[in-house]
Write a protein that binds this ligand. Structure first.
Ligand code: ARG
Length: 482
């Protein structure tokens, strides 16, 4: 069998066993970092030459070799040797194979410790922008459905019990705002991810006269990190991303949970599109909301990734420890999962049919106008707490008589309070309960459009940011490989 090559043969005699090398390899996971690793090396090499640490000839050879490898990586044709420890080792050996000794000079003034931290940050920047776009697509789909639903009346729930009537538009926009905070959290995480640890070297910095601001700039980072120990040990940005993904997954699971039980015959509020449903192998009549269930179900794995990274970081002493190699497994999995869930949720939300008659009919049951009736009495001067008690008695009467509040006669109401007069029938219709809630953020069709304009301007701002960052990084990378 071909020997495994390592980067540290000098100190070792017999060396590690085959099992140890297999066990300690991260290549199966970190091959995703290939392009970022090559870009990072291009920046590092350019800086070494600029600082007079590499000769012009070595600098040129290294750059040319790295560009060849970069091309191959972009084509998916980088000849990765599965027996090497990681992508960094792979790229260094490949470079040396192409250009000879000069390749072995690239690792001057840096360590894999700062190299891997830099690569993961570069990968994550792109990953965050991708996730933000996926969340924004779902936000957009929710807003579209919401704007067509401002006049669809449904029961609003607390404790899954009928509470007060609302509009479907209002309900969908509440989901929109949950997701809107997710995008903000991802953007915030982006800021802290966009800091360069390159040049922290193994842990203590380096004796070479390197220029960390220059490499940070070349790689599109906001700035170099201030402390080299922090630079190689910080994985907060990984934990932050997975937390943001977990909370986003929790939000998706709530949305899906509602769609799932709303599609049950007992609710009948929605009809899931066949495109996002599957059948049963035994019950021919079945159409199950499996996509929504799986999005709900995969939340568990994402929270698992969060637990994974936090437990990995817990009680780690400074600075680099091999435990940190495990960060990528959790990070890559969380990213892949949240993105596919978002990409499935978006067309699912867009295609779901809402049954407005069922929703309105449900809103007429369960005394959703009881608060309005208490407010009516309070408006006539009765302290609200007393008004609450009066209406509570009226509700109990209605339950006994199998009536709705709006079906009581003025005489029946008069038995509970002498403050009732004919105008009470103006406020009791369910539609009035909705229309009259015009307070800011309220459910009235008049109050909701403000949310659309606010939501749209937030989306525009976030979209501009993503585009600007994409262009900026693209420009930086193009200059590196030019
Ligand atoms: N494969 C390692 C990782 O992903 C690279 C860094 C190795 N550094 C070390 N000192 N062994 O973390």
């Amino acid at each position: 069998m071909k020997e495994r090559k390592v980067l540290w043969s000098g100190r070792f005699g017999r060396g590690a066993t085959e099992e140890t090398l297999e066990f300690t390899s991260s290549l199966a996971v970190d091959r995703l970092l290939a392009r970022y690793d090559l870009l990072g090396s291009l920046a590092h090499a350019r800086m070494l030459y600029r600082q007079g640490i590499l000769s012009l000839e070595d600098g040129r050879n290294i750059t040319d070799g790295l560009k060849v490898l970069y091309e191959q990586a972009e084509e998916g044709e980088l000849p990765i040797d599965p027996r090497l420890e990681d992508i960094h080792t792979n790229n260094e050996f490949l470079l040396t194979a192409i250009i000879g000794d000069a390749g072995a000079r690239l690792h001057t003034g840096r360590s894999r410790n700062d190299q891997v931290a830099t690569d993961v940050r570069m990968w994550l920047r792109d990953a965050i922008l991708e996730t933000i776009e996926a969340v924004m697509s779902l936000e957009h789909a929710l807003m579209e459905r919401a704007s067509a639903s401002v006049n669809i009346i449904m029961p609003g729930f607390t404790h899954v019990q009928h509470a007060q009537p609302i509009t479907l538009g209002h309900h969908l926009m509440a989901h929109f705002y949950h997701l809107q905070r997710d995008t903000e959290r991802f953007l915030d995480c982006y800021r802290r991810t966009n800091i360069s640890p390159l040049g922290s070297a193994a842990l203590a910095g380096t004796t070479y006269n390197i220029d960390r601001s220059y490499t940070a700039r070349l790689l599109g980072f906001e700035a170099p990190c201030a402390n080299s120990l922090d630079g190689v040990s910080d994985r907060d940005f990984v934990a932050e991303y997975i937390f943001a993904a977990s909370l986003c997954a929790v939000h998706l699971s709530s949305l899906c949970e509602e769609l799932i039980y709303w599609s049950s015959p007992e609710f009948g509020f929605v009809e899931m599109d066949e495109a996002h449903s599957t059948g049963s192998s035994i019950m021919p009549q079945k159409k199950n909301p499996d996509v929504a269930e799986l999005i709900r179900g995969r939340t568990g794995a994402t929270i698992g990734d969060l637990t994974n990274i936090l437990c990995t970081l817990k009680a780690l002493p400074f600075s680099y420890n091999r435990d940190l190699q495990e960060d990528k497994t959790a990070l890559f999995a969380a990213h892949e999962r949240i993105n596919t869930c978002l990409l499935m949720a978006t067309p699912m939300v867009a295609a779901t049919q809402f049954d407005k008659e069922r929703m309105l009919a449900a809103a007429r049951d369960g005394f959703l106008n009881a608060t309005d009736l208490a407010d009516y009495l309070a408006g006539k001067g009765l302290p609200f707490r007393q008004a609450h008690a009066v209406v509570g008695k009226a509700v109990r009467y209605c339950i006994e008589k199998d009536k709705r509040l709006e079906e009581l006669t003025i005489e029946e109401l008069g038995a509970f309070s002498d403050l009732f007069s004919e105008d009470v029938f103006d406020i009791l219709p369910i539609e009035q309960c909705v229309y009259r809630r015009m307070s800011m953020g309220g459910t009235s069709p008049e109050a909701i459009p403000m949310q659309f304009s606010q939501g749209a301007s937030i989306l525009t701002r976030q979209k501009d940011f993503v585009q600007k960052e994409r262009d900026r990084l693209d420009r930086a990378f193009r200059q590196l490989i030019a």
